[in-house]
Ligand binder design. Sequence first.
Ligand code: PEP
Ligand code: MN
Length: 343
Amino acid sequence: MVIIMEKDIQESYIENIIKRLDEEGFSIHRSTGVEHTLLGVIGNTSKLDVRDLKIMPGVADAYRITAPYKLVSREFKSEDTIIKIKDVVIGGEEIVIMAGPCSVESREQVMTIAERVSKAGAKILRGGAFKPRTSPYAFQGMGEEGLKILREAADKFNMLVVTEVMDKDQIELVCKYSDILQIGARNMQNFSFMKALGKTKKPIFLKRGIAATIQEWLMSAEYILSGGNANVIMCERGIRTFETYTRNTLDLSAIPVVQKLSHLPVMADPSHGTGLRSKVLPMARASVAAGADGIMIEVHHDPDHALSDGAQSLYPEQFDELMDQIRVIAKVIGRNIAERRDQ
Ligand code: PEP
Ligand code: MN
């Protein structure tokens, strides 16, 4: 249920309504917009009569949200969510680029790649220090040492850090070093983890589950928002279909679909979406054309020796080319991408 308060209403009217609903056992999520304050009423609202709410002093309108996800829906909040992290703005006119290796392998590796991608215009450095690997015998990541390396490289090249946190117990540690918490596709439906992420203050980069429908993906975001963290970035990273040529099938139509259903920013990851280096550039172009608010790209200076995902990692020169091409596409659709930093 959503309650829209009248324009420029006195705070005491809002407080009265919150108090009454709180006493009836509902939890209230307040969103203070430019013109109106909205109150999202969460709980078993079937016992509430919309007409009773509509006649309360200060209420402009009240209605039920029909979708199963409430706080993430456009019905609850019609304006786009814009997430500001230091000097980076996600969900605005600029398409923000995240780039870096799949895994943090050494200080030298991360420094080399961070320098290249930041020069090319990437504002956010990616790299896994905790790696969700299909095999328990594969490289599992450098852990805290890797987080320190990411932070050092990002600070040196004036970037933000996004890195994966794999379970509840790692949240505090990863928050110490990272600006954005990446939630992997394999974890998207770990609901106790989603609840714990709702209690953090850091923005969440929520990858779509390998076999998750768009609705299931939005429901996972709903867990995080209902827990108290409104800063969620959705990331389409490919889903498993009957097609085996590519590693996953990058569902680009999910971008405009999520943008219609939700106010949250949506990004795309053509690296995991295709699994093939030669397909990353065309699908990055397509992601930007489809309206993505940002893209995440795996880049490695020596992909043949990468400890994970070498086959889908771009050489730095290919990443330069990708950036040049998507800048042109961004302009056509009225958006922009940061210029190269060394020009
Ligand atoms: C990654 O970004 O390296 C990763 C493991 O992503 P995903 O969870 O989408 O597979
Ligand atoms: Mn990877």
